[in-house]
Write a protein that binds this ligand. Structure first.
Ligand code: SAH
Length: 510
């Protein structure tokens, strides 16, 4: 029997990715992505959403920037059928909702015809979320009780337009147009010809729900010329109706402190989230461009032996959150009882590292006032004598030797446990490096000297006026050494400190 015959057919999930804000993904969509063998995604899908798929999942870009179809629709349909029939779990990720002008209906029909199991995961449509993020409720008891969603761009193969824009202009209530920026003159013209009110308020919302959102307001008789003057381009949703007048009061999104600022996060992919979420909460347009990746140390066995003997030490010193994770992941593989750690005391370099220790339900006995190696060393030395005390220093393979040298000089016996190594991140599935090169950014953040070092190795051109933000003095030193001026330095060397410093920087400019 051939392999084909023994194989169970896979499944194709037609999944809505939401309008752009990665937080507007449904829990079901995330579940499907986590199960995916293959993700086939569109131009309008926020690339960060792809991070929910396993690293090993194949990612196929289906394109769709109006003209440049990376894959034609019929080929795409056959691709979905083929991949699913091979037994794979396929996620077809589509912008917004798959059944709202998303051709999800056609893809589902193809799958049905081919006998491939499929499921639909609705998403938040840009037709509703786009206006909402511009402070426009699509329905409102005082203004309208009817909502019409239409397209400004029909199937180009259709000979004659079947959409009667003149009539749509006269329908009461709110009208939302997708795919219509290029057709605005035609559409608004037909609405006016049909007798629609020229004073009807209109809003265009571009790249809605992302940090790059732009909104343009006008009236039915001038929105097209305004859009042309402003060079307003796709993708945008257009909202026609009185609800647009609610925007001045309800425009919550564009008023956030970091709105409109593109900020690059260079931490590892797995750690970027904590920083990205905080920046996004303040309205920033965050681009994750991981420069480094954490890997197992070269001498994993040696590390294992030291972890196994951890209870023999007077102190364990952690110099990074990654070190804590590497240590305890291994520790709890070796021991099933937390008491196996014995009576050791624990020192952490800063609050981020301390929090990781606390997550393992262990207390931190020592935290310096200054969250750098020197601060930690001084705090230990200024306490009781450490003469002949055994220290286990948990550290990355590449690090300054301030702590081990200082402790040894003070008479301690120091063993160094190399817990992990930091290597350059070569993978860029979201295309962040290209975006940085082409579109630049307002701020770039560095959270360790290794992010600086590996960013520089990428040799990306730095846009003019790029603001450089550093998490603390050691990272700043690495930047200065590379000839880069540090514009923002966190007062507290941790993620909340860095975010606060960026916010304060823009606050003071206002
Ligand atoms: N299924 C999608 C719509 C796909 S049609 C949904 O439910 O949202 C593509 C059109 O959607 C674009 O031309 C644009 O009009 C609109 N669109 C999608 N995402 C958008 C966004 N983030 N901002 C503004 N318009 C968007």
């Amino acid at each position: 029997m051939s392999k084909q015959q023994t194989q169970k057919p896979g499944i194709c999930y037609l999944v809505g990715a939401g309008p752009g804000d990665p937080g507007l993904l449904t829990l079901r969509a995330k579940e499907c992505l986590e199960m995916a063998d293959v993700v086939v995604y569109d131009y309008l899908c926020n690339s960060e959403i792809l991070n929910h798929a396993p690293q090993t999942a194949e990612r196929i870009y289906a394109g769709k920037k109006a003209a440049d179809h990376a894959i034609a629709q019929d080929q795409l349909n056959s691709l979905l059928v083929k991949l699913s029939a091979e037994g794979k779990t396929v996620v077809r990720l589509k912008g917004g909702d798959p059944f709202v002008f998303g051709r999800g209906g056609e893809e589902a029909q193809e799958l049905h015809d081919a006998g491939v199991p499929f499921e639909i995961v609705p998403g938040i449509s840009s037709s509703i979320a786009g206006p909402a993020y511009a402070g426009i409720p699509v329905t409102h008891r005082d203004h309208c009780s009817q909502l019409t969603i239409f397209t400004g761009h029909e199937d180009p193969e259709k000979e004659e337009s079947v959409i009667d824009y003149g009539r749509i202009g006269n329908v009461s209530g709110t009208k939302v147009m997708l795919m219509g920026v290029g057709q605005l003159e035609n559409v608004s013209g037909k609405m006016l010809e049909g007798g629609a009110n020229p004073e009807m308020p209109v809003a265009l919302v571009r790249w809605a729900t992302t940090g790059g959102q732009q909104t343009l307001i006008g009236k039915l008789d001038d929105i097209s010329s305004r859009a042309q003057r402003a060079g307003f381009k796709a993708p945008a949703v257009a909202v026609f109706g009185d609800v647009v007048n609610l925007r001045p009061a309800l425009n919550w999104f564009e008023r956030r402190p970091l709105f409109g600022k593109r900020i690059v996060v260079t931490r590892t992919r797995s750690q970027a989230g904590a920083l990205s979420v905080r920046l996004r909460n303040l309205g920033a347009d965050v681009d994750e461009l991981p420069t480094i990746r954490i890997e197992k140390p070269d001498d994993l066995e040696g590390f294992g032996r030291l972890v196994q003997d951890a209870h023999k030490y007077a102190w364990i010193v952690f110099t990074s959150p990654n070190g804590v994770d590497a240590f305890f992941d291994l520790f709890f593989k070796l021991y099933s009882d937390a008491r196996a750690i014995g009576g050791v005391r624990i020192a952490a370099i800063g609050p981020g590292t301390a929090n990781k220790v606390k997550e393992r339900h262990l207390a931190v006995d020592l935290l310096p006032d200054e969250y750098v190696a020197e601060g930690l060393l001084n705090k230990i030395i200024e306490g009781e004598s450490i003469q002949n005390e055994m220290f286990l220093l948990v550290r990355p393979s590449e690090a300054r030797d301030v702590i081990s040298k200082g402790l040894t000089e003070a008479g301690a016996i120091v063993d160094e446990a190399i817990a992990y190594k930091t290597v350059a991140e070569a993978d860029d599935p979201t295309g962040a490096a290209g975006r940085f090169e082409e579109e630049g950014a307002d701020v770039i953040t560095f959270t360790s000297s290794s992010t600086v070092e590996h960013f520089l190795e990428m040799e990306l051109p730095l846009p003019e006026n790029l603001i450089i933000a550093s998490i603390g003095p050691v990272t700043s030193m690495a930047l200065s050494a590379a000839g880069l001026d540090v514009d923002i330095e966190a007062k507290e060397s941790n993620i909340p400190g860095l975010v606060a410093a960026i916010e304060a920087y823009y606050e003071q400019l206002r």
